[in-house]
Design a protein around this ligand. Sequence first.
Ligand code: FAD
Length: 471
Amino acid sequence: MPNSYDVVVIGAGTGGYVAAIRAAQLGRKVAVVEKQKALGGTCLIWGCIPTKALLEHAHALKVIQSAKEWGVTIPAGTPAIDMGQVQSRKDRIVTGLTKGIEFLFKKNKIDWIKGTARLAGKGKIDIYEGETQTLEAKEIIVATGSAARSVPGIEIDHTCIITSDDAIGLKDVPKSLAIMGSGAVGVEFASIYRRFGSDVTLIELLPRLVPSEDEAVSAELEKSFTKQGIKAMTGTKVTKAVAGPSGVDIEAQTPDGKTQKLSADFLLVATGRGAVTAGLGAEDAGLKLENGYIKVDEMYRTSVPNVSAIGDVITLGTGGHPQLAHLSSAEGILVAERIAGQEVRPINYDHVPSCTYCDPEIGSVGLTEAEARQRGYDVRVGSFPFGVLGRARMAGESEGFVKIVADKKYDEVLGVHMIGPRSTELVAEAVLALRLECTVEELIKTIHAHPTFSEAVGEAAHAAHGAAIHL
Ligand SMILES: Cc1cc2nc3c(=O)[nH]c(=O)nc-3n(C[C@H](O)[C@H](O)[C@H](O)COP(=O)(O)OP(=O)(O)OC[C@H]3O[C@@H](n4cnc5c(N)ncnc54)[C@H](O)[C@@H]3O)c2cc1C
C-alpha cells in the first residue's frame, strides 16, 4: 500500500520547504522528497547563506583593514584572512540553518522522504533512489530548483573552471580569479575574493556590470570596483578556457573584436542557472517545458491537473522568471493556500525586490528609469547620495545613492534603485511603497529618523520633487 498524502512536495529548497510548512499549517498531511543529505536547497547549502556568510567575513576584514581610521591599534602585522576559520564558521552557520528546517518539519509533522522523486502519473510519485517507494498525493508541488550551467564551449571541470558551488568552498585564497558573468553571483564573489586578497577580473558580455539593474547603479558599481582594484571587462566574450596544471588560460573577445589572453588560478562561470528536471519524468507525466523550465500559469498550475510548480524550475512564459529565494517562498505560500481553498491573488513581479550583496550593496525594486520610459511613462527621477548623510560618514561608508523613478502624471513611485551601505535592508521601505502604490509625496511626508541611512530614501523623494533639503 503506497503512503498517501494530501500534498507531496518534490524538493526542499526555499520554495518547497516553505510550501510544505504552509500546507501543513493549513491542516494538510504533507511529505517532502529531498535527495540531498540536508534540507534547504540551493539557498541554504550553496547560495544565499554561504555567500553572505563569506561576505560578512570580507566586511569584517574591511573594517579591520581600516583600523587606523577607526582609532583601533593592531599590533604589528597585516590583517589577513584565515580560510580554515572562515570555512568552518560558514559551515556552522549553514548546518545550524538546515537543522532548523528539520526542526520545523518535525514541529509541523511533515515527513521528509530521503530520495530522488519521479512523477509516475495520476497522483503517484516514485522514489527511485534512497528510500525507494511509491507515494500517492492529492496534490503535487514540483520545486526542484536550478543548477549552475555553463555556455557552449566552456567546460566546467570543478577544478580550475568552477561554479559558485565550488567557489564557496575554496580552501585557500586564490592569487587570481577570473569571473565570467557580472550578475548577482559574479559580483558577490568578486567582492569576497578581492577583499580576501585575490586579483579579480570580471568578464561581462553585455556593455555594463549588473546588467539588469538601473544604468546609474551599474556605473556606480563599476566606479567602486575599479577603485577597489577589481578589473571589469565589459562587452567582452569569453571564447576559450583551457584548464592546465597551474590554472586556466582564457581567451576573450573585446568590444573592438580583438582577442585578449589572460590567465588565472580559477575561472568562475557565473553565467546563469538552468532548471533541474533531469530524472523527474516531467515530460512523460505530461508537463509542458519551455527551454527546460516547467511552464506554469499565474497560479503556478502546470499543464497537468493537481500538479503545481514553483521557484527556480518554472517559467511563466513571459520572459525571465527571477531566480530568487524570497520569490520561490512567496510562490510556495501562494500554492499551498490555493490548494487549501483560500483566495489568492497573482504575484506582481514588478514588486519583487532584488538584492545583490556585493560591496557596495545593491537593493532595487520596480521599474528602472529605462523600463519606465519604455512603458510610456512620463518619468521623473530623484537621487540622493549617501556621502552627504551623517550616518554614512560615521560608518565610513559614503559611496552610492538612492534613486527614485516616478510617474510625473500621478506622482506614483515606479521603482527605487539603491547602491551603497545597507541598501539590501533599506529596499524594504521601497517594496512597501510600491505595494501600497505610494506617491512620491507620501514618501516625502514619511518621517525618516535621524541620523539613519534611511534618510537617503526620504531625501531622494524630496529630490524627485526638485527639493532635496541637504543637496
Ligand atoms: C551563489 C548563489 C547565491 C544566491 N544568493 C541569493 C540571495 O542572496 N538571495 C536570493 O533571493 N536568492 C539567491 N540565490 C538564488 C536562490 O538560491 C534560489 O533562487 C532559490 O534557492 C530557489 O529555490 P527553489 O526552492 O526553487 O530551488 P532550490 O533551492 O534549488 O531547491 C531545489 C531542491 O530540489 C531538490 N531536488 C531536485 N530534483 C529532485 C528530485 N527529483 N527529487 C528530490 N529532490 C530533488 C534539490 O536537491 C534541491 O534541494 C542564490 C543562488 C546562488 C547559486
